[in-house]
Design a protein around this ligand. Structure first.
Ligand SMILES: Cc1cc2nc3c(=O)[nH]c(=O)nc-3n(C[C@H](O)[C@H](O)[C@H](O)COP(=O)(O)OP(=O)(O)OC[C@H]3O[C@@H](n4cnc5c(N)ncnc54)[C@H](O)[C@@H]3O)c2cc1C
Length: 644
């Protein structure tokens, strides 16, 4: 698992020149740096007019028709997945020692070779290019299995497959590029993705790596340095993001970012440092330097200036690997917690009988089911339509699963008490089972930071949530437009909101599209339909209250995002639960499912209610002012008494 930050995309408007993508955000009061960053990321956004389920949640449209009944794999696809997973499980169990990998900081070459033989480097690469051509769902199932066993291997394969060369090449590669590179990477040549630089975390506009065309137009000369490139120290071929000459559009220069396929043995490419981290000790992550590297123009992905589009679109589905891996990790935690809570007796009873521990176990089980349901739901949409727009669903999965997985590992450590804090080697040395929670906690921490940090994910989702409103009303607020145009836009917007807004108050409990016959979770789906309309109203009120300044209200926007994400989770849980009960009936395997579903949804509803309350009762402003005082050093006395 690896990582590219989705750049933060604040909302509001400017007049788009006819030859560039429409930017709806008002940039007139921004600094040049902010404007450049915003225009760059806005231009890379995928414009779409179809409304997905997750996007509908913000508009009061709780439309289940595209996701209900919960999609199940075809028998053929399921069997294909099973056959692969059986082999993967055998390799992981018999050949991979995650503690030894953590301890030595190296993945043994025979393990890499075995995985390559299995086809794990070509999970999703079509068979015509030598890959396994697995569906997104089967790929997610494999990520669940990997995530449950070894974080380092998961990171290696995910960085390679999800954002390294295979995925962008499958999506955007020319036939010649695919023929040249896909068979190589499918066979096991490791790949990577290089965007981050010392001064480029979430803000690609600050990118310093650059590439200039040669006079004959056949090459680009690449110079610069990339930081934290996962797999970079082992890779044979990588995707590099670099600035290429700015384009002059209507008198002003517009930054261009281009994605290049670069071979690591080309002259001028040098790994300068292998980075080491708190966890994922065997990550082959490096600083990569480029000095006058000649990259043929044929190695540009998609087109010159389309690099961010490549990165963002790649991540739309690539981002599903991480929540799947988190679900695997969470399942392992559930196994460990269940065993220990039943086995460990304190104060005359197994600790699982004490309410404080039982609470953690029940929450863990419910959240494991939710994590898996959300991820499989989003994956199934990709399987149904390769070009499906799942960016919101995938971002919600990533945000929710990485934060929840951290809580789950943390709770598991707590349940195992002192043993949770002890290393596996130490446990083993004194004769106890080597449960590696300490490693799992370390490995898990990065998940909320890379592939879009939680903060950036919330901004990304908020930007998409506001998009329909911006499309309707941005022109009204755009001070650069002539009054006549703004007036026309105001009439159109007024007409839209006159019809839309009253609907958000209708006490209807119905929702469109549920085709499930099973009634489990129906009350929670009805709550979600009402919750979606309540969310749409609240968002609209916030827009009226804050106008274009809403983009600065990150905590407020974060609450809207968290509400929608919980609604998505409730929906995935109810639909999947209903589908399972419909298929299997009430058996020993499914008997606790209704209570699991009810438990999850009730807890999610409490969280949602808390977020709604927080929209009006919060300490956001006061907290912000205090933070500025802290940053200005006015409370430096708090830091006294420490070693300096
Ligand atoms: C183990 C590891 C593997 C990685 N692998 C790769 C890789 O393979 N390829 C690659 O290109 N990169 C990789 N990265 C880089 C990773 O994507 C970045 O760490 C990540 O993008 C965050 O950037 P940053 O660390 O510079 O944080 P910054 O962008 O400096 O952010 C610091 C903090 O501020 C928050 N923040 C930033 N901007 C805002 C904002 N506008 N509003 C609110 N909060 C904000 C962030 O969420 C974060 O909490 C990797 C990093 C690590 C640690």
């Amino acid at each position: 698992m690896n990582s590219v930050q989705t750049p933060p995309p604040p909302p509001a408007a400017q007049t788009p020149p006819p030859d560039e993508p429409r930017v709806l955000i008002d940039t007139s009061k921004m600094s040049a740096g902010q404007r450049a960053a915003l225009e760059l990321t806005e231009a890379a956004r995928e414009a779409t007019n179809t409304r997905t389920f997750a996007a509908g949640l913000f508009m009061g449209a709780f439309d289940l028709s595209t996701i209900s009944p919960f999609p199940v794999q075809s028998t053929e696809d399921h069997d294909q997945g099973d056959a692969f997973l059986e082999r993967l499980e055998a390799v992981l169990r018999d050949r991979v020692d995650p503690d030894a990998i953590d301890d030595t900081g190296e993945i043994p070459q025979p393990v890499v070779d075995e995985l390559a033989r299995l086809g794990a480097f070509g999970f999703k690469i079509p068979s015509e290019y030598g890959g396994l051509g697995l569906s997104q769902t089967n790929y997610c199932r494999a990520a669940i299995m990997l995530g449950s066993w070894c974080g380092n291997l998961t990171a290696l394969l995910s960085a390679h497959q999800s954002i390294g060369v295979p995925q962008p090449l499958i999506l955007f590669g020319t036939r010649a590029q695919k023929l040249k590179y896909l068979p190589r990477v499918a066979k096991g040549e490791i790949s990577a993705f290089a965007l981050t630089e010392t001064h480029v975390g979430s803000d690609p506009a600050a990118m310093a790596t650059h590439a200039e065309p040669t006079p004959d137009g056949k090459f680009f000369i690449l110079n610069g340095e990339k930081l934290w490139c996962t797999n970079g120290t082992k890779a044979g071929v990588i995707v590099v993001m670099a600035k290429t000459p700015a384009k002059e559009i209507r008198g002003s220069k517009k930054d261009q970012i281009t994605a290049f396929i670069v071979e690591m043995d080309w002259p001028g490419v040098e790994v300068r440092h292998r980075c080491h981290f708190m966890g994922l000790k065997a990550l082959y992550n490096g600083v990569i330097h480029f000095t006058n590297v000649r990259v043929p123009v044929e190695n540009i992905l998609l087109a010159e200036g389309k690099g961010l589009r490549v990165a963002l679109t790649t991540l739309n589905t690539g981002r599903l690997t991480l929540p799947a891996a988190c679900a695997g990790l969470a399942k392992r935690c559930l196994m460990l917690s269940r065993a220990w809570a039943a086995e460990r007796v304190q104060w005359g009873a197994p600790i699982g009988k004490h309410a404080a521990i039982a609470d953690k176990v029940s929450r863990m089980a419910a959240n494991v089911f939710a994590m898996e349901s959300m991820t499989l739901l989003a994956a199934s949409r990709v399987d149904r339509d390769k070009h499906a727009d799942v960016r919101l669903e995938a971002a919600m999965c990533k945000l929710w699963a990485t934060e929840t997985a951290w809580d789950i590992v943390n709770d598991t450590v707590q349940i195992r008490g002192g043993r949770g804090y002890e290393t596996a080697a130490s446990l083993k040395a004194r004769g106890e089972p080597p449960v590696a929670l300490e490693r799992m906690l370390r490995d898990c921490r990065i998940n909320t930071i890379f592939e879009g940090s939680s903060e950036i994910m919330r901004l990304f989702i908020a930007r998409e949530a506001l998009d329909p409103h911006l499309k309707i009303s941005a022109a009204v607020l755009n001070s650069r437009l002539p009054w006549s145009e703004r007036l026309g836009a105001a009439v159109k917007a007024g007409w839209f909101y006159l019809r839309w807004y009253p609907k958000q108050w209708l006490p209807l409990e119905m929702f469109r599209g549920s085709s499930s016959k099973h009634r489990v979770g129906r009350n929670h789906l009805r709550y979600s339909a009402r919750g979606s309309r309540r969310l749409a109203r609240a968002l609209f009120h916030a827009m009226l209250r804050h106008g274009p300044k809403l983009e600065r209200e990150q905590l407020l926007l974060g609450r809207f995002v968290d509400i929608a994400t919980e609604l998505f989770a409730i929906t995935a849980v109810c639909l999947r639960g209903a589908r399972l009960l419909e298929a299997k009936g009430l058996t020993a395997e499914t008997q606790a499912l209704p209570s699991l579903i009810d438990n999850f949804c009730s807890a999610a509803r409490l969280r949602i209610e808390r977020h709604f309350r927080g929209l009006h009762h919060n300490t956001d402003r006061a907290g912000y002012r205090l933070a500025q005082d802290v940053l200005a050093g006015k409370l430096e006395a708090l830091e006294h008494g420490v070693v300096r």
